[in-house]
Design a protein around this ligand. Structure first.
Ligand SMILES: [Zn+2]
Ligand SMILES: [Zn+2]
Length: 263
């Protein structure tokens, strides 16, 4: 949930230092992974342990290809096992996704592409929605340099919106987001900045806790999760930001490494 770069600093370990990677379990089963930040390494190890000797499948949804959102992929153990069937969804055309992911796993960055053994499938996520068993996933564009894709997941257990790497203030982007956020059980929102910090970071593609809290309050959201913490912000700073957001929208938490949120 940390934006930009991993932060394994002692002052930041209470909330955690991994870049964005969210595990979505429905009915006790792993269904989706949202983004492939550095947290994907330990999730992959847990997935391998959980499947034992059985074949398994997983769906990974990528917001975009800024490094903090894909850097865990080369260390994702299921990628190297023929027993995994992995579907990678993105808002971008498939050839573009394949090229972006292959590049980071090629010389001189991390030459491991030739050792991938999983059964891989790529799909472009769209506004018509992807059906995966009893859930549907809608993709929509966010306002971010180079683009980012948000996802709304609807299931019999509830609804989750994943909206990271998004800057508020663009009327079309704001209304598109509001439409997809409406009445969601959980909103995971890019809250990298305080309103004061944002004044110096306009155009950087990120938002504030205040925008997230206002959006959650006005769109009938049940719970807000502040996400994409600034890499400079220590644990006390994230706690202060969490308290400030709670004063506007009480059912708010700041994303924290390994913490399970139950709908
Ligand atoms: Zn990011
Ligand atoms: Zn980004």
């Amino acid at each position: 949930m940390r934006g930009g770069t991993p932060t394994p600093d002692v002052s930041k370990l209470a909330y955690g230092g991994h870049t964005p990677c969210v595990e979505v379990r429905l009915g006790g089963q792993l269904k989706l992974i949202l983004d492939a930040g550095s947290g994907l390494r330990s999730l992959g190890a847990a997935m391998e342990a959980e499947r034992g000797d059985s074949p398994a499948e997983a769906h990974l949804f990528l917001s975009h290809f800024h490094w903090d959102h894909i850097q865990g992929l080369p260390f994702f153990a299921p990628l190297y096992s023929p027993d995994w069937r992995l579907t990678i969804h993105s808002g971008r055309p498939v050839p573009e996704v394949q090229a972006a992911l292959a590049t980071q796993m090629s010389h001189p960055y991390f030459p491991a592409a030739a050792t991938v053994r999983a059964q891989l499938e790529h799909r472009q996520a769209g506004r018509t929605g992807a059906k995966i068993d009893d859930l549907s996933v809608l993709a929509f564009a966010l306002n971010h340099p180079g683009g980012s894709t948000g996802y709304r997941i609807d299931s019999p257990y509830g609804s989750i919106v994943f909206a990271t790497d998004h800057e508020h203030g663009d009327p079309a982007g704001d209304s598109r987001l509001r439409l997809h956020v409406q009445d969601a059980d959980i909103l995971i929102y890019d809250s990298q900045y305080t309103p004061a910090e944002y004044e110096f970071k306009k155009g950087w593609g990120h938002s504030t806790w205040l925008e997230g809290a206002r959006l959650a309050a006005s769109a009938g959201v049940k719970q807000l999760i502040l996400f994409h913490h600034d890499p400079e912000r220590d644990d006390d700073g994230v706690s202060r930001l969490e308290e400030a957001a709670m004063s506007v929208f009480p059912n708010t938490i700041a994303a924290r490494e390994g913490v399970l949120t139950v709908i």
